[in-house]
Design a protein around this ligand. Sequence first.
Ligand SMILES: Nc1ncnc2c1ncn2[C@@H]1O[C@H](COP(=O)(O)OP(=O)(O)OP(=O)(O)O)[C@@H](O)[C@H]1O
Ligand SMILES: [Mg+2]
Length: 282
Amino acid sequence: MDKVITVEDLTFEYTRGENEEPVKALDGISFEIDKGSFTAIIGKNGSGKSTLAKNLNGLLIPTSGSVFVEGYDTRDDEAIWEIRQRAGMVFQNPDNQLVSSIVEDDVAFGPENLGIEPAEIRRRVDKALEDVNMGEYKMKAPHLLSGGQKQRIAIAGVVAMRPEIIIFDEPTAMLDPKGRKEIMAIIKELHQDGKTVILITHFMEETIDADRVIILNEGKILLDGAPEEVFKRADEIRAVNLEVPMMTDLADRLIKEGIDVPRGIIREEDMVEAICRLKSQN
Ligand SMILES: Nc1ncnc2c1ncn2[C@@H]1O[C@H](COP(=O)(O)OP(=O)(O)OP(=O)(O)O)[C@@H](O)[C@H]1O
Ligand SMILES: [Mg+2]
């Protein structure tokens, strides 16, 4: 399997005032990301998620250790454009990501900065707006759109740069449930279309469709694996004050009551199936 990101013993410290201790936000993290995979990253406030995201596309450079994006070392100044082109980033607040007064200009901004020729930019902008179901809004003013629509425009702006990897840092945190659903649907589609997706979220339910979950705690990796495996270890997750998906919680409570459903269930369908199986055995 091709690795698109390699993180080796990554430590990141924020330096503050002269007489203050630096803050160690990431503490010796290592992992690799497979091409075309969908990884969810969860962790409490301050656990280092955003710091990690910014290290994955060269917005921050490791204090020690290394990050490679498709073979390019983020510490190499000359590779920074190669890296930014390959690893796009979508942040929490869409207002901070929109720069123009017309939707299509906004989406064109990234590709223009890459020096792509106008006819190709036109094609990419139209395709990207279609991908996020915002084609009919292309001549509208971004500030008149809903939060979810603005976030879709921000995603289109990244998609138009055709990155291999898209890193989403809590993209749904400021949205209402409808906006959240729309954004999650788009993220899943991008993954199905072959993009490598890294999704930072604090909504446990948004991790269910990922093929891997990494849990960060105090700058270290606590757990890393397929969601079904990671959420089997619900007690360890709760011990660091994180939640688990609703179905995992329900499974644990049923098991405590002596009802024999498998531990680590994350999907409703699987819970229904497990309960039906018990019923047919009785
Ligand atoms: N610019 C900064 N200067 C100093 N310390 C910082 C800075 N940014 C973050 N930190 C500290 O680094 C640690 C990790 O922060 P980070 O923002 O990466 O966490 P996070 O998991 O993204 O949190 P959240 O869930 O709140 O977004 C925290 O202790 C935070 O206070
Ligand atoms: Mg953050």
